[in-house]
Ligand binder design. Sequence first.
Ligand code: IMP
Ligand code: MG
Length: 181
Amino acid sequence: MNLMNCDISAVLFDERRIQARIREIGQEINSDYEGKVPVVIGVLKGGFVFLSDLIRAITLPLEIDFLAISSYGVGTSSSGVVKIRKDIDIELVDRDVIIVEDIVDSGLSLQYIKDYIWKHKPASLRTCVLLDKPMAHKIDISFEYVGFEVGDEFVVGYGLDFAELYRNLPYIGILKEECYS
Ligand code: IMP
Ligand code: MG
């Protein structure tokens, strides 16, 4: 067994389950945005694996851009203090924008990103998150598309990291507490 798999206490969502859910979300987006050319904005780095599978489940013409942020937090928790590390390149005025984010924990990062995108005056803005930790929200936050809900554990894989590792795991699993405490 390799080192990475030894750090995982449980697999929450395997590849098949993730792909099945992505096909469902893709179909929802196909019907919600019929006749439109949305701009899909991936939030780096965590959202890049999800985004790459999601766009192939969408049959509409679309444009892709990326926003890279870093949030300053202590250990595994976010502070809500966000810094933009890579800005958007596509003009968003009057466009239909879909933000693709890996996980909503406190909700502070996503709220910052939504406020930031609204300043670019899109025609519409919706958010698609792969994972939601409803018990961890610190603010009232809403999003239109969600892959799965998880509890208040630290999860890795399928783009999600701890200390930049585990992003390449093909499944989403719970990181053993001894790995980050
Ligand atoms: P929030 O601002 O507290 O909602 O945190 C959001 C960001 O923290 C996410 O976009 C992730 O990058 C990171 N994060 C929160 N929880 C987890 C987790 O369980 N695993 C990996 N990253 C996480
Ligand atoms: Mg993120």
